[in-house]
Write a protein that binds this ligand. Structure first.
Ligand code: SF4
Length: 305
């Protein structure tokens, strides 16, 4: 496979991929590069299509996030939401996406819904899909009932940041992406950044992610940690955890970021030009990771469907 180049940037999901399997990281951030072009070399296009696959849980999570974004837009414009019809619409849309994925439309149109379960023909009983839609509905019902939402709605919508922010900022000459789900200024003049969660998370991973938001608030918005509230809203339980940050913890996040960036760059054939060579990125030995890896068909076809 040809060596490909693109701009190096850091994100939490990139760090995750790097931790999981170096080869997976290569495919995602280097091998698939340019595959959005239907005329790209066949192996690049194939990697790009596989890169888009989402597990059913990720897909459900995205459906909840998109629905919340829509609801918050309506609230910002002073409109109310009839909860049950709204949820029914979300589920109906998911049915359409499921059918599109099942029919394999993502192979021609990689940005449409592409489910891992369809690509890899994971046999699932209809009850598993039903449980998924029940979970989406439960998360959304919980969202509408959250005291945090009531608190948000008491504040001025002009200061809400509704879109899944994708903000990039410069961290010691590396572009770092952070994407809090929602931000608002509380009645007490504090900056609140919220992450909606629809599934289980590892406490360490979540803390790193929230720490990056605190770093963004400090370095870009000029808001010191003492004035920032980080909320992790687990919509399944539902349970909202408020995390306070401090200057010392911010320094620990900086150190963690430096280490992660350094480790990724150490794998590159040419770190300055962000050039990677596939042979430098070893495959994981943990076949449990391969089982749910998007790139399995290319990387370890012997594992089968
Ligand atoms: S199939 Fe396994 S070894 Fe290959 S990229 Fe995926 S996780 Fe890594």
């Amino acid at each position: 496979m040809a060596e490909l180049t693109n701009e190096f940037s850091w994100s939490r999901s990139r760090d995750n991929a790097f931790q999981e399997c170096k080869r997976k990281y290569f495919y995602h951030y280097y091998g698939a590069w340019g595959g959005w072009d239907a005329a790209a070399p066949q192996e690049v296009r194939r990697l790009y299509i596989l890169k888009q696959l989402a597990s059913r849980q990720q897909w459900a999570g995205r459906a909840v996030h998109d629905a919340i974004e829509m609801a918050l837009h309506a609230f910002a414009h002073g409109r109310d939401i009839p909860v049950e019809p709204f949820i029914a619409d979300v589920i109906e849309r998911m049915r359409g996406e499921w059918r599109s994925s099942k029919a394999g439309r993502y192979r021609e149109n990689p940005k449409s819904t592409a489910l891992f379960e369809h690509e890899y023909r994971v046999e699932l009983a209809p009850e598993a899909w039903q449980a998924l839609s029940r979970n989406v509905a439960a998360c959304l019902r919980n969202f509408f009932r959250l005291p945090l939402l009531a608190e948000i709605r008491k504040t001025t919508p002009e200061h809400w940041s509704i879109e899944h922010w994708s903000k990039v900022f410069d961290f010691e000459s590396t572009a770092v992406w952070v994407a809090p789900d929602f931000g608002f200024w509380t009645g007490q003049g504090r900056l609140a950044l919220v992450d909606w969660k629809t599934g289980g998370t590892s406490p360490n991973g979540a803390a790193f992610q929230l720490g990056c938001y605190a770093l963004y608030a400090h370095d870009v918005l000029g808001v010191e940690p003492a004035r920032v509230d980080l909320f992790e809203a687990n919509l399944r339980e539902p349970e909202v955890t408020r995390i306070h940050w401090s200057d010392e913890r911010l320094e620990a996040i900086r150190e963690q970021l430096r280490l992660s960036i350094r480790s990724m760059k150490a794998y590159l054939a040419d770190p300055a030009a962000n050039v990677a060579a596939i042979a430098d990125f070893e495959k994981t030995e943990d076949l449990r990771i391969c089982r749910w890896c998007n790139f399995r068909a290319v990387c370890r076809p012997e594992l089968g469907a």
